[in-house]
Design a binder for this molecule. Structure first.
Ligand code: HH2
Length: 260
């Protein structure tokens, strides 16, 4: 199990927007997350929270590249959270090895070929709609079957573009075009997504479905984040994407000692 620590270089991320917009502060935060137990750092320059507005290519490059450069050699793999091929290309050149694309290679026609050519690991995530519209009454007849079918199709596309099977990771996209009930169903039945045979990334950290259940605000969702992430790991998630790496690392040590 790996912890992917979130480094948001944005003014508007839903739980930590504006805290690490300065590249020096973002790099320092990334180093702290490595010291706390992160083995992957996910650097993002565009918020994907519900209702978020897209960011220009120039602005995203300006935010992300210096931070990836600053974290190269910091002791963790660097992942770039982007759906733009130009941003991914610059981040890979600056030392990133993973492309975390919340559009699963649908956002930019150049992205699949770029990842294939550079030998990057790619995270393919399920999202219904776009961040601007995704929470407008999402409905599914069977959310797990639909997410599974979507991810299977995206794996085929990625492999057809030349991305090696062992470099493809999958993510159900908790909170991306899903109600709280959909998120719970996906977490409860995560085992069905393991049948796709690829490592699973799960990101529940501070998300609003936790607040729906316990009434918490985004900066008070550590308990729900830990409970859902530990259970996701027990159900087979290999990568947990979290903001609170130190607390998550403690929780996982205990859970691993108990469950093996
Ligand atoms: N969640 C967020 C962003 N990127 N990537 C993957 N693979 N899986 C996720 O669950 C995921 C993701 C949203 O969280 P955050 O980065 O904290 O917020 P924002 O998008 O507002 O920057």
């Amino acid at each position: 199990m790996k912890l992917m620590g979130v480094v948001n270089v944005t003014p508007d991320s839903f739980s930590d927007g504006g805290l690490y917009l300065d590249p020096g502060a973002a790099v320092e935060h990334g180093r702290e997350l490595v010291a706390a137990g992160a083995t992957i750092l996910d650097v993002g320059g565009e918020s994907t929270r519900p209702g978020a507005e897209p960011v220009s290519e120039d602005e995203e490059l300006r935010r992300v590249v210096p931070v990836v450069e600053g974290l190269r050699g910091a002791g963790a793999e660097v992942s770039v959270d982007t759906s733009k091929a130009s941003v991914a290309a610059a981040a890979l050149a600056a030392g990133a090895t993973i492309v975390n694309d919340v559009t699963a290679l649908r956002g930019d026609p150049e992205m699949a070929a770029l990842c294939a050519e550079r030998g990057a690991t790619v995270v393919l995530m399920h999202m219904r709609g776009t961040p601007r519209t995704m929470q407008e009454e999402p409905t599914y007849s069977d959310v797990v079957a639909e997410v599974r079918g979507f991810l299977a199709e995206r794996v085929e596309r990625a492999e057809a573009a030349g991305i090696a099977a062992e470099r493809i990771w999958l993510d159900p996209g908790i909170g991306f075009g899903k109600t709280a009930a959909h998120n719970l169903e996906l977490l409860r039945r995560l085992g069905e997504l393991r049948e796709l045979g690829r490592p699973l990334v799960v990101g529940t950290s501070r998300k609003s479905f936790i607040g729906r259940l316990d009434g918490s605000e985004a900066d008070e969702r550590l308990g729900g984040t830990i409970a859902s992430s530990v259970l996701a790991a027990a159900a087979g998630a290999e990568v947990l994407r979290v903001h609170d790496v130190a607390e998550m690392d403690d929780a996982m040590r205990l859970a691993t000692a108990l469950l093996g």
